[in-house]
Design a protein around this ligand. Sequence first.
Ligand SMILES: NC(=O)c1ccc[n+]([C@@H]2O[C@H](COP(=O)([O-])OP(=O)(O)OC[C@H]3O[C@@H](n4cnc5c(N)ncnc54)[C@H](O)[C@@H]3O)[C@@H](O)[C@H]2O)c1
Length: 316
Amino acid sequence: MARILVTGGAGYIGSTAASILVDRGHDVIVFDDLSTGHADSVDPRAEFFEGSLLDPDALRRALVGVSAVVHFAGKSLVGESVEKPDLYHHVNVDGTRNLIDAMKLFAIDRMVFSSSAATYGSPSTSPITEDIQGSPTNPYGQSKLDIDQMIGAVNLSAISLRYFNVAGAHLSPSGWLAERHDPETHLIPNVIKAMVENPLEIFGTDWQTPDGTCVRDYVHVVDLIDAHIKALNNLRHSKHEIINLGSGSGYSVKEVISSAQRVLGRDIPVVNAPRRAGDPATLVASVARAKSILDWQPTKSLDQMISDTQVALGLK
Ligand SMILES: NC(=O)c1ccc[n+]([C@@H]2O[C@H](COP(=O)([O-])OP(=O)(O)OC[C@H]3O[C@@H](n4cnc5c(N)ncnc54)[C@H](O)[C@@H]3O)[C@@H](O)[C@H]2O)c1
């Protein structure tokens, strides 16, 4: 049993990771400043340390006895990052530097990091392989690319996992863990909320895609955490790997809406809106590296992501 620090473990993905790591017998300490996370999402079987990546002293106290770090904490709203680029650099990049500096004090060198497809920008190739030159189109993606490069430059045994679009929910022993972002910018929870709240906005219907709406690659949060556990078991001494996590298949916004209408048995009201600046037309992962290095492939379908989110949000 290893003691693992989960930064951002009160957030959507980190809380699921903490809960599944406890299920697998690990001793988990969650480190989170609750800026976008929720104290009641922290698995009660984990230890909770409320603190910020911007507080080196808190990081040092939380790292006592830890053998590996799974680092989810950070700011992740693309639109907000365009308005506040310095904040995104400060929290994400400087905060991660503080974390790595504190790990070094305790000779902890094992890390799995939440990177993002936003590091790639709008590449012209599809599917996207990890070796393409990243050219982020917003400060959020730039901050993730800066962190990947920082991790590569220090002597860590680390894996950066570049998530595409994470969706779905996890039923933990203490209840459902689901997306509780405010504002919610992710398509699947917003499609479901559109049944009872405002119509769903479709940002652009004139993209160069088969039906004119943006195409994205979705991965279920439980599959995603399974890849993290495989990554923890595949860390190699002083080596940094970058690995995409997606399904390898793309779905347009209209295809997601039709799946949701079928799964939910309800009409989803929609309204057409202008394109959002910086949105690529298509983002689909090459998952060959995840398969070869981690022996990982996703098991859960888009329909499953939609139905789990619906149940978790209590909108049945
Ligand atoms: N959700 C996705 O589809 C997606 C895709 C790609 C990458 N990611 C990355 O995965 C990670 C988790 O995403 P999420 O959707 O769970 O986001 P989230 O906002 O739900 O979780 C982030 C957590 O980090 C905490 N946090 C933020 N700043 C902190 C700080 N300075 N110190 C300590 N804790 C801090 C927040 O309170 C929150 O609990 C993020 O790094 C995000 O960029 C997410």
